[in-house]
Design a protein around this ligand. Structure first.
Ligand SMILES: [Zn+2]
Length: 194
């Protein structure tokens, strides 16, 4: 799929592992959660690529004459979502980045193999990474765009709901776990109970 979807699936994968770390706050769990966030990001990437899609953002001619212009397209469309993830989970940015790295990893090894001649022995997911893929399953471009946009919006919603700090929009706190994960919010709600 397109980079924003993979970035957001990596963000949500990291948040899922952070939920686990909330339950088991031992120090060693941080490392386990980081590795698990990367693995969950990779699994999410492969699952999402199984859905018919069209990598239309990479095919746009936004940087004419630039080598690897599609890579620049990918950076342009992915960066705002990466920043969004880092803002809502800023206290856990390392685990967040590991989740996003996992979410992008299969395409990174594909890039290495196809564009930079990485030996095939280094390819961990041959059925994904040995070919240029954008399988649309016979869907039109707009059907692909609509389905992927729905998935992306759902991932954004889940990320906001799982955020460990309040995410405000038009004055409303959209995060379900924001107060629970925010020490100062937790203190003020405890004071309110007293
Ligand atoms: Zn892929």
């Amino acid at each position: 799929m397109n980079p924003p979807t993979h970035v957001m699936s990596g963000v949500v994968a990291a948040q899922a592992m952070l939920l686990l770390r909330d339950r088991f706050p031992q120090r060693w769990m941080t490392g386990v959660c980081g590795v698990a966030a990367f693995g969950a990001g990779v699994a999410a990437h492969l699952a999402l690529d199984a859905v018919p899609h069209n990598n239309w953002t990479l095919a746009q001619n936004w940087f004419p004459g630039v080598a690897y212009a599609w890579l620049a397209n990918a950076a342009v469309v992915a960066t705002p979502f990466l920043i969004f993830g880092l803002v809502i989970e800023r206290r856990h940015w390392v685990i967040l980045l590991l989740g996003v790295l996992g979410g992008l990893y299969p395409d990174i090894e594909k890039l290495g193999y196809i564009d930079f001649n990485l030996p095939q022995a280094f390819v961990l997911f041959p059925s994904h990474s040995l070919k240029v893929s954008s399988h649309d399953g016979g869907w039109s471009l707009w059907e692909c765009v609509l389905v992927e946009a729905s998935i992306l919006i759902s991932l954004l919603g889940v990320a906001v709901a799982l955020a460990r700090r309040p995410v405000h929009f038009l004055g409303a706190d959209l995060s379900a776990t924001g107060a629970a994960g925010n020490p100062s919010a937790r203190k003020s709600s405890a004071a309110a109970v007293k």
